[in-house]
Design a protein around this ligand. Sequence first.
Ligand SMILES: Cc1cc2nc3c(=O)[nH]c(=O)nc-3n(C[C@H](O)[C@H](O)[C@H](O)COP(=O)(O)O)c2cc1C
Length: 181
Amino acid sequence: MKIIAFAGSNGSTSINRLLTKKAASLIAKHEVEILDLRVYDAPIYKDSIEDRGIPESILALRKKLNTADGFIFSTPEHNGFTPAFLKNILDWLSRIDRKTFSDKPMLFMAASPGARAGKSVRDNLRPLLPRWGANVIAELGVGNFNDKVVNGVWDADLLAELKQNIIHLEHLVSKQASELI
Ligand SMILES: Cc1cc2nc3c(=O)[nH]c(=O)nc-3n(C[C@H](O)[C@H](O)[C@H](O)COP(=O)(O)O)c2cc1C
């Protein structure tokens, strides 16, 4: 079984990428692959571009997502909303079909430098992720992120919470796999 971890950020020093990498490092039972969404960037959605075909990067991303049995996902919040970079990729993926995440279990997170822990973007994406086929099995908002990872040392409570969520995700990925046999 494979879990794919990715952040909805195109930032060069993304805290959400750091969080997904940490969560991925806690995976014990399954294979894990970390995706950098910047590799799959695409022009802003436009019907005249789609008329010439869905961008190769989006087709490649969808093919990659299809190989996952579960997901770790963390998103930034931009002006109380989903970042345009991520929204654009999700828009393009939705032009393929509505099953981007194939009904596989997902740990859904948001990290922010401020205290609100990406509450607005989580409120925004929570009802939408299932529309794109994500089975969100847990949600974690991490506020004041830069106080929680200091000189590479992770806050013990955050680490414990991450571990609990990863155990839960791994369990459901295994369960789903055994139900398919
Ligand atoms: C255009 C823009 C808008 C932002 N709006 C918000 C916001 O609404 N809420 C928030 O908590 N942080 C906001 N931030 C700060 C981001 O949370 C911060 O840049 C964070 O590091 C982004 O995540 P990343 O490092 O994973 O890209 C904003 C940043 C930018 C560049």
